[in-house]
Write a protein that binds this ligand. Sequence first.
Ligand SMILES: *[C@@H]1O[C@H](CO)[C@@H](O)[C@H](O)[C@H]1NC(C)=O
Ligand SMILES: *[C@@H]1O[C@H](CO)[C@@H](O)[C@H](O)[C@H]1NC(C)=O
Ligand SMILES: *[C@@H]1O[C@H](CO)[C@@H](O)[C@H](O)[C@H]1NC(C)=O
Ligand SMILES: *[C@@H]1O[C@H](CO)[C@@H](O)[C@H](O)[C@H]1NC(C)=O
Length: 507
Amino acid sequence: MGTLSRNSTARSPSYLFPSVIALASLSLTALIIYKVDDFVSQTKTVAGHNLDPTPWHPFPPKTFPEETRQSRAYKIIQCSYLTCGHSSIRSTGTSTSKRVSSELSRDSLHCPEFFRWIHRDLEPWARTRISRTHIAESKNYAAFRAVISSGRLYVDLYYACVQSRAMFTIWGLLQLLKRYPGMVPDVDLMFDCMDKPSVNRTEHADMPLPLFRYCTTQEHFDIPFPDWSFWGWPEINIRPWDDEFRDIKNGSQTKSWLKKGPLAYWKGNPDVGSPIRTELLQCNDSRLWKAQIMRQDWLEEGKMGFQQSKLSNQCNHRYKIYAEGFAWSVSLKYIISCGSLPLIITPQYEDFFSRGLIPLKNYWPVSSTDICQSIKFAVEWGNTNPHKAMGIGKAGQALMENMNMDRVYDYMFHLISEYSKLQDFKPVPPPSALEMCDESLLCLADSKQKQFLRESAAFPSSASPCTLQPADSNLMENLIQQKRKTIKDVNDMQKPKQKNSSNNANK
Ligand SMILES: *[C@@H]1O[C@H](CO)[C@@H](O)[C@H](O)[C@H]1NC(C)=O
Ligand SMILES: *[C@@H]1O[C@H](CO)[C@@H](O)[C@H](O)[C@H]1NC(C)=O
Ligand SMILES: *[C@@H]1O[C@H](CO)[C@@H](O)[C@H](O)[C@H]1NC(C)=O
Ligand SMILES: *[C@@H]1O[C@H](CO)[C@@H](O)[C@H](O)[C@H]1NC(C)=O
């Protein structure tokens, strides 16, 4: 060996030189590949690359089967680092924004009543305000952090979210920035995209943490924000909200209200760990309980091309039941859109608009403790008072029609604006955050996701956001008490009957 190498060294250096170069470039390439690999494996994406599922709600890790390692690496780098900042929309953004915001119409309309909840949701920080410490503490509960700075969105991803929730939620924020260019203030917020609220009011009484998510309860500080389905839910073929509403309303008109089936109808997935849905299965008896409860098998539906699950074909009954799932359910808005009388089983979880529903005005409250009896009572009441029942159903549908995407963006706008007023610091994107833009999300989306994202793209608004009501905690307190009382009155109304028919049912 030694001799051989001495021999080779002794050989003409001109012969050796190219091999040294070759070797060097080979190792350089290897080093680059290694470094790139390393870099790629540290780059987290809204599609879920290099992210673990949330520890507080585990789910199977995401797989990206159809790609080779190189094409994935190329895609991650391309989508994460090479798309935003080059867009022409972006560079003209500021000039457009000035033009648009100065041309916005002056006399904007009043926001729907449920916008009042924005003040109540943010009340815990009205006195203390929101500090960097709040943000740092909220991080323990967050799947990502979103920072808006000078009209640009930066996101720091901590955990993966199930399906395409992260992608569609972040898309929603980007569309808000496009809809109201130059108007959305700088903001720094923590977001969890999983189902259940986590900031317990008792446990966090000393230091309420601001955490955005899709729902809350009266026992939590979590701040509800419109969920991903407003921009679409590709996995189960639910289109962006405005399109879906239009289809449902049209479908609901195939039969006049009085010609619809005089039964209460529910179709969904009962296997989501929801005690209410499990109990609801017991009510599947059109004679005894006046209810029809149908099981939705999403896997099977997917194979069949979602023909049986079209929401617009599910408005053929006078009564539609809402039963919350593992937490709130995105189905609420579709159910109310039918114009049937919504029978809402009194929920524990609330989303941003459901708190604004008013019993006997736009829905019928069903007791969560005696579900079948309570459904039967509602159906019998409605069949005896069809015009009243129809009136409530139509009022619910009108409420959903009024809650179109324009208003959803307005809600986001006002919530974010009010929240930003509470910050006692200037939001700065953390070094680990990546800028997000339409192109970077589209770059990561599969073909179906792309279709839904494009369909739900927003354009600069020619109107100002609706006018937010001022905070009025007495009024809110009265509304809440009134709602409780109406629900109790309806429960009391069915009590005597309940006793007798449940005796019959036990026979
Ligand atoms: C909130 O925390 C308290 C105290 O730990 C507990 O008793 C209560 O059940 C919790 N509430 C919810 C809704 O989890
Ligand atoms: C409305 O529904 C009817 C069937 O009920 C259908 O034939 C029609 O194409 C629908 N229109 C739209 C615009 O979807
Ligand atoms: C409810 O009853 C109907 C008719 O008897 C049946 O077709 C349906 O499968 C039942 N639903 C469930 C969830 O078992
Ligand atoms: C229950 O039924 C019994 C007869 O079966 C009747 O006497 C009684 O008044 C009923 N109670 C109520 C509260 O309707």
